[in-house]
Design a protein around this ligand. Structure first.
Ligand code: GUN
Length: 285
């Protein structure tokens, strides 16, 4: 009699906890603490929640954390000055400017001002170029890096696999497509203009959804025993939900939940990037 196999939940909370534990040990052994600085503009509730999570995670692994807060009326030049000061500060190893920024501030100018060695979000053109080239000496953006790590921690290889990515934004979809291609996957990039989404998801070995549309991915759209990574963050009736119909899909396929999937992995990758930046800056000093 054949054994009935169960589908797997890819637990990002547990995986991130393991990563933080290993990182805390490395930092403890090193002796000196890396430092992350966050620039936060305005009072956006989601941004406040995100930076609080980052602060707590830093404390857990022994990374020093500092948040520079500015009112939403702040001028772009004041933000650029704070970035320039951080670039020159040898005691700060990682810098992120929490997004979104108010409309009068040009995000591109702000990101471009960050020293690429301290760009632990991996958003600068220099680091985007490293990602494009498949080089390992840049800093990779945290969410796609977290997706790749979650897959590898669960022993799910991507080489030779058909992977469909839904969403082609600069922060998640686009860099993830590059990382998957560099790792040998056959990648299909879907987005809001894709005509027949199901035709691209139903035969894929792995589907990653980063569209930000609740219930976009339903059970009839995925292959039994495939793997679904849900990067969506949506509010439905006050509850946090991903892009996938978790209840139905988890009965037939392996899936990462929301919350507790990619979110904690993103924060863990920010910590790893900060440690990586710290080591590189220290070796140059
Ligand atoms: N806002 C939402 N996600 C992110 C992120 O990963 N980095 C920054 N800086 N801002 C964000």
């Amino acid at each position: 009699m054949s054994k009935i196999q169960k589908t797997m939940i890819l637990d990002g909370r547990k995986t991130a906890e393991k990563i933080r534990g290993a990182l805390a040990e490395k930092i403890r052994k090193h002796g000196k603490k890396p430092k992350l600085r966050v620039i936060l503009v305005g009072e956006d509730a989601a941004s406040l929640a995100y930076v609080t999570r980052k602060e707590k995670a830093c404390a857990e692994v022994g990374i020093e954390y500092e948040c520079l807060r500015f009112p939403k009326e702040v001028q772009e030049e004041d933000i650029l000055r704070a970035i320039a000061e951080t670039n020159d500060d040898r005691n700060v190893h990682g810098l992120i400017v929490q997004l979104p920024l108010p409309p009068h501030i040009d995000k591109r100018n702000v990101v471009a001002a960050i020293n690429e060695m301290k760009d632990v979000d991996g958003f600068t053109q220099w680091n985007a170029g490293k990602c494009f080239l498949g080089k390992t000496d840049g800093l990779l953006p945290c969410t796609p890096k977290g997706v790749m790590r979650l897959l590898s921690e669960y022993g799910i290889g991507v080489t030779g696999k058909d992977v469909t990515v839904i969403g082609y934004g600069d922060i998640v979809g686009k860099p993830l497509c590059l990382m998957l291609s560099s790792a040998g996957a056959t990648v299909t990039a879907c987005h809001s203009k894709t005509r027949d989404l199901k035709s691209h998801t139903q035969n894929a070995d792995i589907v990653v959804s980063a569209a930000g549309v609740a219930n976009l991915l339903t059970a009839d759209m995925v292959h039994p025993w495939s793997v679904v990574i849900d990067v969506g963050i949506n509010r439905v009736d006050g509850k946090l939900r991903g892009d996938a119909d978790f209840e139905a899909i988890s009965r037939i396929a392996d899936i990462s939940p929301v919350p507790g999937g990619v979110g904690p992995m993103t924060v863990a990758m920010l910590l790893e990037n900060t440690y990586e930046a710290f080591l590189r800056l220290e070796s140059e000093a």
